[in-house]
Ligand binder design. Structure first.
Ligand code: 5GP
Ligand code: MN
Length: 317
């Protein structure tokens, strides 16, 4: 029996959790497991708890069943944590960890702290959805579950572009395509399509970006007052740091946005050299070698100085 099936044996209730500010891999993996359980474990009463995901993921089956409110009590037989490298990433839903009969953690972050009772962590996998594919019975994957898994892989690989894309990633994507999914629409409408204001803030972030370290690094920042002016939230910041990284000659890109006064969400991306997960982990965050993040406090100038010191050290290595 596969690990996923054995962990579900004799469970009456289960919850599925992802990380704060859920991205495509997070929403995709949560709803993939949700659909798989609904199809093959109808005896398990399962609920997905997540911060409200972006509307562009509405096409995934189960989107409307996602609970965004923190429950009054955290009792459950099984807690499945997806795409979250540590307890803090579960945000307000981390209360389930102490109250659950068992915790299963499935993830692909190199910085994962193994906080579950059972941990399936594969840092070489492109996405948590890729890890999940390996835990599911292939013939039991419905078209709807395939749409969720494909969405996660597309988002975490930047449409099969980033270096985390492997031969296995492509093989899995092919098997998911064989389930009859509308892959073109998934890619164009959930990944590339931007709202008008999202394009405006992207344009502004590029316009105000600054090169440093002899053009090897680039950074840009979005202030809270500017986010309020455009009427955008954290969800609208997706893709900006990748666009900064695509600048010719740049090895490392940093994008900050202000969550609260002098509290910045930091996103970092690199191309070939810098291990940004090390930099993020130093400042209390985590992620992958080429994509990582953390939250930092202080003046913008100090935040950038602190980050660039660590990045410059790696560039000299
Ligand atoms: P992003 O820059 O898109 O927010 O995140 C890039 C990668 O780093 C993602 O895989 C994300 O899960 C991880 N990451 C971002 N912020 C944090 C953080 O504060 N803590 C941890 N542990 N990982 C993070
Ligand atoms: Mn992921």
């Amino acid at each position: 029996m596969s690990l996923l099936h054995s962990v579900l044996e004799n469970r009456k209730t289960a919850v599925i959790l992802g990380h704060t500010n859920p991205d495509g891999d997070c929403v995709g993996s949560c709803l993939a497991v949700y659909n798989y359980l609904r199809d093959y474990f109808p005896q398990v009463d399962v609920t997905v708890y997540l911060e409200r995901p972006a509307e562009k993921f509405r096409y995934l089956r189960g989107f409307d069943q996602i609970c965004t409110e923190v429950p009054g009590q955290f009792q459950t037989d099984l807690c499945i944590c997806l795409d979250s490298g540590d307890r803090e990433r579960l945000g307000a839903f981390s209360g389930f960890l102490g109250a659950a009969g068992k915790v299963l953690c499935v993830d692909h972050h190199v910085t994962n702290t193994r906080y579950g009772d059972v941990n399936v962590v594969e840092p070489d996998a492109s996405a948590t959805c890729e890890v999940l594919f390996g835990l599911m019975d292939e013939e039991k994957i419905s078209r709807e579950t395939a749409e969720c898994l494909y969405t996660g892989i597309v988002h975490d690989t930047g449409v099969f572009q980033y270096s985390n894309t492997s031969i296995r990633t492509m093989e899995i994507a092919g098997k998911l395509m064989a389930k009859g999914i509308d892959f073109s629409t998934i890619i164009s409408e959930s990944f590339y399509q931007k709202t008008y204001v999202q394009n405006q803030v992207l344009g502004r972030a590029l316009l105000e970006s600054i090169l440093f370290c002899d053009g090897q690094c680039i950074f840009s920042v979005m202030r809270k007052k500017d986010m309020e002016f455009y009427g955008v939230t954290s969800k609208d910041m997706e893709g900006i740091v990748e666009q900064l990284r695509s600048t010719a000659g740049v090895e490392c890109a940093i994008f900050l946005y202000e969550k609260e006064f002098q509290e910045f969400k930091v996103s970092m991306r690199s191309k070939k050299k810098v291990d940004v997960s090390r930099v993020a982990a130093y400042f209390g965050g985590g992620g992958h070698v080429r994509a990582a993040g953390c939250t930092m406090n202080g003046r913008i100038h100090d935040v950038i100085n602190n980050l660039s010191e660590h990045i410059a050290k790696q560039l000299e290595e």
